[in-house]
Design a protein around this ligand. Structure first.
Ligand code: SF4
Length: 371
């Protein structure tokens, strides 16, 4: 059952989708295959953002299943989430951060999702024993912040969200909590609810702020409704930053990316990361942009961004850590460990010879350390 009543109105079958899009019979059979493996869910609001006259519409690309998903090049767990799982639904990869996977539900199942292996599906990777997770965090004093993610935690009922925030706020060494959510983008009406806003006001105090990490990928996702949702969060004392994924056919041009970052800055959301699309099975093939091309897009986009709107880092969330993709110089790509699973790598820079096809670190030739 959906956690939130608005989710009941979602489009989740091809029959429902056919009221909006023309699907040839041959394609319909293939799409049926796709959504049996990775369910479809689209909120009526997000569906309304699609320009049906444009077959290459970016919102459509992110929301509608495509036969490209039959291509299985890639892997499901690209950043070693399984090996960092300490108990179902709790990961501890970086010393100071615990990650809680609170649900496998979302308002929209994004076709580019890197947790495709679990969204909308029954899985053992979702939090089952809340008290044990809280006890783990309480016992590990090196953890100074918790990220609640999923799925999308903001589709959960208010009482459950409050239970998370209440329990975590009682742990002295937790300096702040983050919630990762695409609800401001896909179901902004959820954040017109005074109940959830009151909870945020209660747990985002001057001494210990609550962060919401949004996931805007395209300037057309910034609408009067999403601006209102963001404004409600800001008025509730929540701090906002945004993670974008660089996606083929969605935001892989400098103008779109610059417009997105400038708009985010103007509505009060700090651009935080631009993620290199991970080599996820049924995603990589049609969404990933090669890294060298990505560097050029990002650098060109920055030419049209203010200092505030280009505070983001271009990042690869690799098995070994979060690696900043710094740029290209003399036919070599430069990288730096921004976060590292093995702490001795923190801050380490390295380079690889340019490879125009490489979409991930492992696609380049052997590492050569700088210092
Ligand atoms: S909202 Fe987030 S977790 Fe859910 S499908 Fe989209 S990207 Fe994945």
């Amino acid at each position: 059952m959906p956690e939130h009543k608005e989710l009941e109105e979602n489009i989740s079958t091809l029959q429902q989708l056919k009221k909006h899009a023309t699907i040839p019979p041959q394609v319909e059979r293939q799409l049926e295959q796709v959504i049996q493996i990775h369910p479809m869910r689209i909120s009526p609001y997000y569906l309304s953002l699609i320009d049906w006259n444009d077959p290459n519409d970016p919102i459509r690309k992110m929301a509608l299943p495509s036969i490209e998903e039959l291509n299985v090049d890639g892997v499901y767990d690209t950043s070693g989430e399984a090996e960092n799982t300490k108990m179902p639904g709790l990961q501890h990869k970086y010393n100071e951060t615990a990650l809680i996977l609170a649900t496998n539900r979302c308002a929209v199942y994004c076709r580019h999702c890197f947790r495709k292996r679990l969204v909308g599906l029954p899985t053992d990777e979702i939090l089952k024993r809340f008290e044990e997770a809280v006890a783990y965090v309480a016992k590990h004093e090196e953890i100074n912040n918790v990220l609640i993610s999923g799925g999308d935690p903001l589709v959960l009922k208010n009482e459950i969200i409050e239970r998370f925030l209440e329990a975590l706020s009682s742990i002295k060494h937790i300096q702040f909590v983050r919630i990762g959510s695409r609800v401001p983008v896909t179901l902004p009406r959820r954040l017109f609810d005074q109940g959830i806003l009151a909870i945020f006001r209660k747990y985002s105090k001057s001494e210990r702020r609550l962060y919401i990490v949004t996931h805007f990928n395209h300037p057309r996702e910034i609408t009067p409704q999403s601006i209102k949702a963001i404004n409600n969060l800001i008025k509730s004392g929540v701090l906002l930053c945004n993670q974008t994924v660089l996606l083929r056919g969605v935001n892989d041009d400098p103008e779109t990316l610059a417009k997105l970052m400038n708009r985010l800055a103007s509505i009060g959301v700090t651009p935080y990361y631009v993620f290199q699309c991970r080599p996820v099975k049924r995603v990589k093939h049609h969404f990933q942009v090669p890294i060298c091309e990505g560097v050029r897009i990002v650098e060109k986009a920055k030419e049209n961004c203010s200092g505030i709107s280009k505070r983001f880092k271009y990042i690869m969330a690799h098995r070994t850590g979060k690696i900043e993709i710094l740029g290209i110089l003399n036919n070599e790509v430069y990288f730096k460990y921004h976060q590292a699973k093995d702490r001795k790598n923190l801050g380490m820079m390295f380079k690889r010879p340019v490879n125009e096809q490489a979409g991930w670190l492992d696609d380049f030739d052997l590492i050569s350390e700088l210092a």
